[in-house]
Ligand binder design. Sequence first.
Ligand SMILES: NC(=O)c1ccc[n+]([C@@H]2O[C@H](COP(=O)([O-])OP(=O)(O)OC[C@H]3O[C@@H](n4cnc5c(N)ncnc54)[C@H](O)[C@@H]3O)[C@@H](O)[C@H]2O)c1
Length: 450
Amino acid sequence: MSDRYIDFANSSLGHRLVAAIGLPSPVRLERWQAGRLRPVEGALLIGGGLLAAKVLAFANKLTDAIYSYGPEPLVAPAWIPGHGPKLKAVVFDASQLQHTDQLKQLREFFQPLLKNLDHSAHLVILGRAPESLADPFAASAQRALEGFGRSLAKELRNGGTLQLLYVGDGAEDQLEGALRFFLSPKSAYVSGQVIRLGACATHVQDWTRPLAGRKALVTGAARGIGASIAETLARDGAEILLLDVPQAKADLDALAARLGGRSIALDICAEDAATQLVEQLPDGIDIVVHNAGITRDKTLANMTPEYWDAVLAVNLNAPQVLTKTLLDSGTLHDNGRVVLLASISGIAGNRGQTNYAASKAGLIGLAQAWAPLLGERGISINAVAPGFIETQMTAHIPFALREAGRRMSSLGQGGLPQDVAEAVAWLSQPGSGAVSGQALRVCGQSLLGA
Ligand SMILES: NC(=O)c1ccc[n+]([C@@H]2O[C@H](COP(=O)([O-])OP(=O)(O)OC[C@H]3O[C@@H](n4cnc5c(N)ncnc54)[C@H](O)[C@@H]3O)[C@@H](O)[C@H]2O)c1
């Protein structure tokens, strides 16, 4: 469903009217287009501590236009406020900040940039996870980055986003993959997120096809977000298996044919679904995306047992049972990637969705609990929590609620299925074993549960 308000707010009359009466003025976000090669099309500014030098070492693979800024300039042309180009991407390494008085470096670095950001600029702060630091003051300073970053993300205009990446020991060599995502339009609808990177032994070999040689299963792939995930994983080189209910077979077959993949018509709640799936995957699988999901909304007072059971069965029980069977049977290969489609309802709660929110929160808990165990086999498991995404599911929401869902975020609009798909594709990469047990929100920094 198209968002007519964005069209209006970006027309010449609408733009003036919206500004005059102080209404939200969401911009059209820049998104990744087929055929694009460079993550950053424009100037990339790098500054801060030792990790900045690590970023500089591969920055020429992100863009041609690299600048440095700050008291200790790096080996890159200095960016001069008011004279340098508009900035499309910014990386600030704040990992060396250990005391309260050093936090002023955040203000000193970012303040001059804010009026010089290009449309849809992507900003990243690098730090060290507070829980990894022995010194309480250093841990406090690193935790301060979270409050700073989430607030600055809310102040950005013109489609800008900001994330904080806590870089663990040995995770430095996975920074490139993370920045290729977070500095590019692939993360157009992700903002205000805090992600922890750990060490990961596997790496992407070819950035034009980061999933080459990997087999991926996507459930609920016949339409909406699942179809977009299947397309994006195929674009990135994966061999795709698309699964959906038998009733959706025609759409599923058509998409599978278009993507050169294979379709599996199966209800994931069928009693023998796990056995059937293992039989269909004799050569095993590298990536499993549990996207199939349903809503059956009612307030708890009116919730029928059927509504409750259906949602918990599809959204939570099936991903648990299927993943366990794929693991126990050895079907899911070592260094595999599991991605669970959660929801910000599972983080914030939502009126009328006790069943849905319970199922989605359960998925986040599953990722957290399973990650350390699966890590022994190099397998990562993460949740992606979409906010308001423009799909058939959200087209059915009553108008006023739909409008509220769209506007109550820093980016002031709903996301597209492609935005969720890009996040899933990044978490599916060989190097993204650096992230596990985490929930990545794709919600335009929604105010809900923030
Ligand atoms: N659309 C949003 O705004 C939004 C927000 C947060 C989370 N999500 C989650 O993202 C996922 C995809 O959402 P969507 O909007 O594309 O939904 P959708 O309803 O458009 O698509 C869901 C797909 O899952 C399939 N499916 C349902 N039950 C199944 C079963 N038992 N076995 C196999 N396949 C089954 C459906 O046939 C359908 O093709 C869901 O898990 C949803 O909860 C969506």
